[in-house]
Design a protein around this ligand. Structure first.
Ligand code: PHE
Length: 508
């Protein structure tokens, strides 16, 4: 490859690293410190420069010492021998027995301390009496300081800590360090006048529009270079995009939305009673003191139906809750608890304004709940929301969509159970059998929207809708028992790295 093409592929970090190596080899941690870079950035960049032949990487195993938890304890309170010596210093001559009450510590620790002090000739034991040898003060002091040196990562001679290793105060650890050096080719690149030229690293709407005359950094398609550069797509991201493909292939359009929602769109519009327990702070995350806007006309209609119901014929009527609806409670802002809030925004924006047009919308987006995390619950979950508007829709259509979707995803063992939602009637819970947990788990919820939720929009036809849990679905697909295997501190990174989602799911 020509030098100038290589240069065009270097990012800012690559250039910083290469320049840092001009004066000689460096360890990865030195580069981190000197260049103010994160370890991941340094390693990624070094690997890329390696595949371009500009640097060499040598892995060196170094033995380092670390304080064990016992060592940490002694770091705080002083080594037992230090504490005993200190006592001896102050009390000149004292009885062995006195020690137990004056320097509180474990008997074994105390005996070890006395053994050490005797060996170092720092104390004399004569009969039951102990005398300190004050000449040894600084030696004992130094001994105590070794712990501080180790804590601070200083180099320590093995002989001076052998005794500490035996006593379980410090441990030896083999650390792998990467040593980088620049190659001849690397030096040539550094010297090339093109090296200092700035290339645009990030694409923006603006620079894409005005691309003529701009110099962009190049990306290699060579898998060896790319492989070291790019991670794999996370399995959740991959799964979400497969789900979106599935929904689009079933004729649905995607809904876009925000995480922050008003209580109106999350609850009121769906006829959640204003004293419904889901609204409590134990379940919903409130954004303190913030208020949102709510469309006035719609708010009035919702209030009317909530309080008194509606009457259009004796087959289509409701008596409402016959309670006061307090509009001041509608504007509080929360982290939305479910993406059905978005469904209702779309009912307002699109369906109620095009009542003759059938519509199918979906989203795969986050809901937030003030939950305790366990093997089937998360505080943030992705919901696969679907909504269908058209003529003569019934619960059979709903069941059809549910079955079709789960089949497409490859989860065949499902069952439906009647359930209750304030906003749907009938409502169906979707359960799937988890072979790992050996029980049926809830994977989704669905229903036909109640007339009370649609009349405020002037909609008289039926709307069917659902919300499926993405993480539980993925857990089932991967044969996992715990939802936390996919998130946060419990994630098995090696496993996630290995999972090749396309192989796991096939194309659908
Ligand atoms: N919002 C429901 C949930 O979070 C799912 C649902 C959506 C139910 C639409 C019925 C209709 O569980």
């Amino acid at each position: 490859m020509e030098e100038k093409n290589i240069i065009r592929m270097l990012s800012k970090t690559d250039k910083i690293l290469l320049s840092a190596l001009e004066n000689g080899e460096m360890f990865s941690n030195e580069v981190e410190l000197k260049c103010g870079l994160e370890r991941a950035a340094v390693i990624n960049s070094a690997r890329k420069l390696l595949s371009l032949g500009l640097v060499n990487i040598e892995s060196i195993t170094e033995t380092v010492f670390r304080l064990t938890p016992l060592g940490q304890k002694y770091l705080k309170e002083g080594l037992p021998e230090y504490r005993v010596f200190d006592f001896a210093r102050i009390n000149k001559t004292f009885e062995y027995k006195q020690l137990f009450s004056s320097v509180p510590m474990d008997k074994d620790e105390l005996n070890a301390a006395i053994g050490v002090l005797k060996r170092l000739l720092a104390i004399n034991v004569d009969g039951g009496k102990i005398t300190a040898n004050l000449d040894k003060s600084s030696q004992i002091e130094e001994r105590n300081k070794i712990l501080i040196s180790i804590e601070n990562g200083k180099n320590i001679d093995f002989n001076s800590v052998q005794d500490f290793i035996k006593r379980g105060i410090i441990e030896q650890i083999n650390e792998i360090k990467e040593k980088f050096s620049i190659t001849k080719e690397g030096i040539k690149i550094l010297k090339n006048p093109e090296f200092s030229k700035e290339f645009i690293d990030k694409l923006s709407t603006n620079n894409i529009k005005n691309w003529q005359g701009l110099s962009f950094r190049e990306y290699s398609e060579n898998p060896e270079i790319l492989g070291s550069l790019s991670g794999k797509t996370n399995i959740k991201t991959k799964f979400i995009s497969l789900i979106k493909d599935a929904m689009v292939s079933m004729g649905f359009s995607e809904m876009h939305s925000n995480f922050v929602e008003s209580t109106f769109w999350n609850f009121d519009v769906m006829m959640f009673r204003q004293d419904h327990p889901d609204r409590e702070i134990q379940d919903t995350v409130y954004l303190n003191g913030l208020e949102g806007n709510v469309p006035d006309g719609l708010l009035k209609n919702v209030k009317k139906v909530y309080e008194n119901g509606f009457f259009s014929s004796k087959y289509d009527e409701s008596i409402g809750y016959r309670r006061k609806f307090d509009t001041s409670k509608s504007t509080s802002l929360i982290m939305r608890g479910h993406t059905t809030a978005t469904t209702f925004r779309y009912i307002y924006e699109f369906i109620s304004k095009n009542k003759n047009k059938p519509a199918k919308f979906f989203s795969v987006d986050k809901g937030f709940r003030n939950e305790t995390m366990d093997n089937t619950h998360l505080l943030e979950l992705y919901q696969i929301e679907g909504v269908v508007y058209g003529d003569n829709l019934t619960v059979s259509d709903l069941i059809g969509y549910i079955k079709q979707f789960y089949k497409k995803i490859g989860i065949e063992k499902i069952r439906l159970k009647p359930t209750y939602n304030p906003y749907t009637e009938p409502s169906l819970e979707i359960q799937a059998f988890s072979p790992k947990l050996k029980r049926w788990i809830e994977v989704g919820n669905s229903g036909v929207f109640r007339p009370e939720t649609l009349r405020p929009f002037g909609i008289n036809k039926n709307i069917i809708a659902w919300g499926f849990g993405m993480e539980r679905m993925l857990n089932l697909k991967l044969g996992m028992a715990d939802i936390r295997d996919l998130y946060g501190a419990y994630t098995d990174i090696d496993l996630l790295r290995e999972l090749e989602s396309v192989k796991v799911f096939g194309e659908f």
